[in-house]
Each structure stands twice: as structure tokens, then as C-alpha cells.
Ligand binder design. Sequence first.
Ligand SMILES: [Zn+2]
Length: 489
Amino acid sequence: MKNSIVITITASLMLATPLVSAEDTLPLNAVNRANEVIDAALEAYGGAEAISNLNSVARKSRFKTWATNQSLTPGAPWDENEQSNFVAIDFESKTFVGKNKGSGGGFDFDGSQIIKGEEGWQVSYRAGTVTPIAEPDFNTSSGPFIRVTAPLLVKQLQNRRQTSHWLGEVEFDGRPHDVITLVMEVGPALSLYFDKETHLLSRSERVLPPFGQVDYRFTNYETIDGIPFSKTFKLFVNDQPNIVIDVQSTVLNQSVEQYAAIPQNLEMVEVAPPQPTEVELQELKEGVFLVGAAGTYALFVEMDDHVIAIGGTAGIADRIKALREVVKDKPIKYGVMTHHHNDHVLGVPAYQAEDAVVLTVKENEAVMRAAATDADSLKLKFVEDKFVFDGGSHKLEIIDIGPTPHAEHLLIAWLPEEGILFEADHFPNPTNGVMQPAQPVTKHLAKMIDKLGLNVKTIVGAHSPRIASINDLRSSLALNPAKVAQVSP
Ligand SMILES: [Zn+2]
């Protein structure tokens, strides 16, 4: 057995050697230079042995975040929010614990994700619940933490050397850097900038559709147990600040078991069924359709000789296609945009392609035009407080319930005869129907329903296939955030 391995290795060496010396190709050079950069980085990060022995990290930090294209009003400066974060990772046992507490966009959150090998749970300290995760994945869950932790990226390079290419040498912050690639288990490739003198990681970049270019900066290095960690970190999206992390404590190679324990004092709830991946059409009432999949839904209302569409989230063209199987030939006359956030204006080109008029508020004109295929020819109509579609098979009211804790202007669709309300981002409606304590946005929506005297029977939304009743909204309002003791260093 041993002999055969030796023979195999020898044979492959004999094969490889003439090729290497035959031509020093660009790809070969890229691989060799990357290996040199990785070796130097391993040295700078405490040596290959220290990095391969780096099995667990527990870190506490403060995040400052910018709500890029997700603020109350369109355009910069973006709203700033703060949150506290705790992460514990253990590579050997494939354990990951990520806790976040903070608020932003009219939502309060206090929860954690626990992954232990093949099992996983979503813990909501706010709701006092534990929900099993349908398909837990250590690599997917731990990826964001690894990407902002320089020694863990170096550890990835050590293990995934074969994925790395040298891209070239560039000046960054007035210093020469080598740029090499890293392909992690999940997600698009990263390009890592190593300082040619210190061999420490200064920057990393990746292109992440639909957001664009994501740029990571590692600053303020401090050595912990012989390994340099950056104490501060900045993330830019398309050159605009998105996250600043201020690390408060870092503990290496200690057991993370205590953090990964499932809190016993919380209520275990049923796993939320995954969102359908194929586009589904649900007819809520005759001629009123909720169409969507994978967390993005639009409402279509069939009038006598046309259709009105509400919602601009991802995949509108596919949702129109699904509608066409039941409503064959009526043109879509209007596409109503609920608000200006970047994940809610993706449908503008699809409505423009249908030659529909996009309905929005005057303040969001620039965002709608920027989202269009052709800005100048986009047909727009502006809502002031309320716009009523009447005289067809349905009465449909578009009402601005802004300013809300989420957006300055927020359009909802209201069908008074059917008692159906369509909203975006104000009423979380989990697929398992387990209501959470009402968020500030939900309280605002409920207040406006009361104020406007809407006799709501059914609520559907831009992010859920579930048809909620007014009682779901009431039970959400009746729940109070839980107070639960938590373990963190
Ligand atoms: Zn939003």
C-alpha cells in the first residue's frame, strides 16, 4: 500500500516537472506567487502552526451601521444605527454562535443563531422563542464573521491554498500590496490585499450582486496570544460606509460550549416551513392575486380592462408571467411602488417593459428613475396622501401611511370591499404563523389602520406567502418583548 502511494507521487512528479519548466505560464505564475504571499502571511500571523491550531474564537464587539438605500428618506446621508454583537466559533466541532442586539428601520432585534454541526436554532430573546433552522449550514452561517476577521481569512488561505491566485501588486493607503484571491466554501471569491512589508491583511474586496462592490478594511492591529487581530474594521458598499466594527474583547482557543447551549427557559416553536422556490399564484378573492416565491411577493388586482400591480421586489417579471397564465390579455396599467428602498424598486424595469405607469410619491422620483431601464421615458404618477382606482371590478385605494419608523412615505394597497390590505416591511408574517411581539413598524401600521377606519380582514405582504388575518395582527400587538438572561463573556 505504502509503495503504491510512493509510486503514484513519483509518477505525478515526473509528469509535472517537464510541464513546469516547459513554459512559465501566467496561471502557473499566479499560483506560485499566491503561495509565496500565503506563506509570508502565515509567518506574519504567528506562524503556520499557530494558525492551524487556532480552533476557536469568541469575540464581543459594537457595530455601527449605515442604512445604505434603506434609510427613512432617499439618498445620502444614510441613517446610522448601533448594535452589539457576540460571536463564538469552533472549527473542530463546527459550532457557530452569532448574537445581535439593536434596532434600525423601525425594528428591534435581540436574538442569536446557534449552529452545532448538523443542527441549528434561531433564538429570539425578544420573542422568548427558539426555532429549529430547517437547513443549518456552518459554512454559510460563519462566513460573514470569517470575512471580517483577518486571522480566520489567513486560516482559510492555509486550508484552501489551491483556490488562490495572485492578481498583481497595487498601492493601497500609500503602501505596496500583493492582491490574491480566496474562494471560500460559500459565496463569491474574495480578493485579499496583503501589505508587502508587514504581510498583514489591509483590505479585502468582493462583488456581491445585487449590492455591488463590497470593500472590507482591517485596521488597528493588536496581538492576541501571538496572533495579530485587527481591533477595528470598516466595510464599504460601493464606496459608501456600511459597517464599522469596534472589537471589545477577543478570546482564543477556549471552549464555546456554554454559548452554544439552547436556552432552556424559552419556548420551542415549530420550524418555519421554507418559502416556496417556484413562483406561486394565490387568488385571495376573485381577481385579486398574491404572486411570488422566495420571500418576494406582489399583489395584482384585475380591473375591467386592465391590471394594477402593487410591489416592486425581486422577480416582478416572473410574477407577471405567472399572472399571465390566469389573466391572459389585460395590460398592466400601473405598477405601485410601496417605498424607495433598494429591494423594493427592483420591479421598476419590469413595469416599464409592460408600458405601465409607475405610481410613487414625488420625493421618490429620482430613485424610481435611477431604477428604470430608461430614466427619461419612465412614466410616473405621484400620489399625494391617497390615490383611488375606481369604476372597475374592484375599488382599490393606495394610501400613504408615512412617515413611519421605516420610511418617510409608505404606500399600502387597500381593497375596502374585500377587506384586503397589502403592505411592505411593516408586518412580519412568518410562514409558521407564530407571531412575534409587535415591532415599532407594526404598531405604526396598526395605528394607521385604526385612524383611517379600515375594516381589515386580511393582510398580505411583500415578503411572505402567508395570508394573515386581522387576529394575527392583534395577537402580535398583544405580545410583549420577553426578558431573558443571556450568556456572553
Ligand atoms: Zn423597506
